[in-house]
Design a protein around this ligand. Structure first.
Ligand SMILES: C[S@@+](CC[C@H](N)C(=O)[O-])C[C@H]1O[C@@H](n2cnc3c(N)ncnc32)[C@H](O)[C@@H]1O
Length: 242
């Protein structure tokens, strides 16, 4: 299926190296996921596969990256061909029911209706074994309304309509040579929580981001304070009901 992401592979690869992604987001996600030894992981909306590679290198067993964008999957597969790690990439959602972990980083904001939001959460539910862990990062329902707030981190976030479930938001990625506009949807805390429960998840928990010691040393606490006070993303964990 063609998507707004098809031509953005290279930009996403470079974005993975931005301080907020590397030293805060990935650092916290990997911490929350805990030890990977032998665990099977499905990355939903895997993009260029940055998390697939990080998890495989951290010792995960079977790693599958799924994305609806053929362009993103082609980019991820090219990386895999250049540096084989045994990761499988697909544009078809696996429904094996035996994965230990499902990850969905910045994918829920692309559901345009509540049933689509539940469907996306259900992709994780169908893939996981009972009790399996789903870790997902939606847009923070309480993100800062001033579009310039996140500019120091390489992005701007605009609300195109008054904030309500499924209202339109625009994410502008603005770093290095890049200036890309991505359309997404706003989801409230209540809608996110309900969609996860409707898909069969329990123990829904929201986590704070943390900065890695390297990130703190390299950029100093002042750089991080605005983002930590009001992150543009949230980090949610939940478990598939048994
Ligand atoms: C903002 S990118 C994030 C990519 C990657 N997770 C990362 O952290 O860099 C969102 C990705 O979700 C994918 N996506 C959007 N809707 C999807 C859906 N319904 N099913 C699977 N992937 C989807 C897009 O194609 C895109 O690659």
């Amino acid at each position: 299926m063609s998507s707004q992401f098809d031509a953005l592979g290279r930009m996403y690869e470079e974005m993975a190296e931005l301080p907020w992604r590397r030293d805060l987001e990935s650092y916290t996600v990997l911490e929350v996921l805990g030890g990977q030894a032998g665990r099977s992981v499905l990355d939903i909306g895997c993009g260029t596969g940055q998390y697939c590679r990080a998890l495989r290198r951290a010792g995960a067993g079977r790693v599958v990256g799924y994305d609806i964008s053929a362009g993103m999957i082609a980019h991820a597969a090219e990386r895999e061909a250049g540096e084989p790690l045994g990761i499988q990439y697909t544009t078809e959602p696996p429904s094996d029911g035996d994965f230990d972990v499902a990850l969905g980083v910045y994918v829920l904001p692309y559901a345009t209706t509540y049933p689509e939001l539940v469907d996306l959460c259900s992709v994780a539910a169908r893939a996981l074994a009972p009790g399996g862990l789903f870790v997902t990062l939606p847009v923070n329902p309480d993100y800062a309304g001033d579009p310039a707030y996140y500019e120091p981190y390489g992005l701007r976030l605009h609300e195109d309509e008054p904030r309500a479930d499924a209202s339109r938001i625009t994410l502008e990625l603005c770093f290095g040579p890049y200036e890309a506009t991505i359309s997404a949807r706003y989801w409230s805390r209540c809608a996110l929580q309900s969609a996860l429960v409707d898909a069969g998840f329990t123990d829904v928990a929201w986590h704070a981001f943390r900065v890695s010691p390297d990130g703190l040393r390299a950029h100093g606490p002042a750089f991080w304070s605005a983002y930590l006070r009001c992150p543009h993303a949230s980090l949610i964990t939940c478990r598939l009901g048994r």
